[in-house]
Design a protein. Structure first.
Length: 439
């Protein structure tokens, strides 16, 4: 495959995956509350989902780094179909928070098979095919395609949910089946050679993954700062994304499910706008941390503001700013982070990063869900927004490290980095790290 075909496959698979998944994103909280769960129980189920992602990240990372990233993605799709249909079944039989939590564990397992696998597949395939342009260009395009897919999915899910809240879940299962068939034939392992994995060797492989995650991930200062930042921001992001559904309908004063679909579509547009700005700003040879600092500040201010306004339209505008900031940060973070980790452990370390972020998300959603139950959803937004202030000094510490990859390489006039070099130097000791990791 050529670099162009690799990118096309990445955009097609990730876009259709997002389209399928996003069918329920605008109505998930409404569906759970309609099934009889309280707002606190909703976020218990969501917290279990996020916690299960943290638990399963390492073993699924082992599979992605042994059997291959394509196999991991196919398993993700298959398991998500089972978990999604399980949600519908739990609602039909009047299952409570325990049954929904069990289904959330299955969904969490499904998403951990996805996290890190497709991203690692893309980067290794691009390196193998000689791609040397900035990664931001690919990641921002991928985010824009996913944002467009989310736009279609959330609007469609909202319209289906207005008819019956179970229909978006059934639609997701159907679309995921189509995605499985496409990925089965379109994705090829390039730049990475899968190897056999026996069940008896799984504990040893998991131990190796943990050692590699610590050695090439947590023990590297720049990588560690990214993980801490992810823990803080993901601790609130999950809450922000799901709490607005009942809160905004309360502000609107109408029980119109289709409105939730429209708001979710506006979220997608805001994310796309943030992705597009990254591509434009990268022409000016900016530092990646400049964009991360700006987006983190806007992220904090907008979340806090949602809990302080009492107007539906003002709250929607602020939520769009939150997602715009996230849209700016995502491709920048992906590009910077991938520069810092070696190819062989790429899926492992990305999964470890997701595990740390998921741990923050599980704690944040449960805590803010309890606060919403005893106080108000608005209070949860204010407290959550104030908590994300802690991410700002972390980004500033990262900026002070002055990593060479902090500079965006937008052309010959920029002293930045394209794809990771074979050998990079430890910024502290001036010695090459194993696997070419830049501390």
């Amino acid at each position: 495959m050529t670099s162009k075909k690799v990118i096309q496959t990445y955009l097609l698979v990730s876009g259709l995956y997002t389209l399928s998944a996003s069918l329920i994103w605008g109505v998930n909280t409404l569906f759970l509350m309609d099934a009889g769960l309280s707002i606190f129980e909703v976020f218990i189920a969501n917290g279990v989902f996020t916690a299960s992602m943290a638990i399963f990240e390492i073993p699924t990372g082992v599979l992605a780094d042994t059997r291959g990233r394509r196999v991991s993605f196919l398993l993700s799709v298959a398991v998500l179909v089972v978990g999604t249909l399980g949600y519908v079944g739990a609602a039909q039989i009047g299952g409570g928070v325990v049954l929904f939590s069990l289904m959330s564990v299955i969904l969490g397992l499904g998403f951990t098979f996805y996290s890190g696998a497709v991203e690692a597949w893309l980067v290794d395939a691009l390196i193998s095919t000689g791609y040397d342009a900035p990664l931001e260009q690919v990641f921002s395009r991928g985010s824009m395609v996913s944002g467009a897919a989310m736009l279609v999915g959330t609007v469609g899910g909202g319209l289906l949910g207005d008819l019956n809240l179970a229909l978006p879940f059934l639609g997701r299962a159907l679309f995921l089946t189509v995605v499985f068939g496409i990925a089965l034939f379109k994705m090829q392992e390039i730049g990475y050679v899968p190897r056999a994995l026996k069940m008896a060797a799984l504990p040893q492989e998991m131990n190796k993954v943990m050692r590699d995650s610590l050695r090439y991930g947590w023990d590297q200062k720049s990588v560690r700062l990214f993980m801490v930042m992810g823990f803080i921001q993901m601790g609130v992001s999950g809450w922000v994304f799901y709490a607005w559904q009942p809160y905004f309908l309360e502000l609107l004063g109408r029980d119109a499910v289709w409105v939730a679909g429209v708001v979710a579509a506006l979220i997608a547009l805001s994310t796309i706008a943030g992705n597009a700005v990254v591509g434009w700003l990268s022409r000016f040879c900016l530092k990646r941390t400049t964009l991360l600092v700006a987006s983190a500040g806007l992220f904090t201010a907008a979340i806090t503001g949602i809990g302080q306004v009492h107007s539906f339209w003002a709250a929607v505008a602020l939520l769009m700013l939150v997602m715009f900031a996230a849209g700016v940060a995502q491709p920048v973070r992906q590009a910077y982070f991938n520069h810092l980790i070696p190819s062989e452990q790429r899926a492992t370390i990305i999964s470890f990063d997701s595990m740390v972020s998921s741990a923050g998300g599980a704690l944040g959603q449960t805590g803010l869900g309890y606060l919403a139950q005893v106080r108000s959803i608005a209070g949860g937004y204010v407290v959550g927004g104030l908590f994300t202030v802690l991410a700002l000094p972390v980004v500033l510490l990262l900026r002070r490290r002055n990593d060479p990859v902090d500079q965006i390489d937008a052309g010959p006039g920029c002293a930045g980095q394209g794809l990771p070099e074979v050998s990079q130097m430890d910024a502290d000791a001036g010695q090459p790290l194993p696997g070419g990791v830049l501390d």
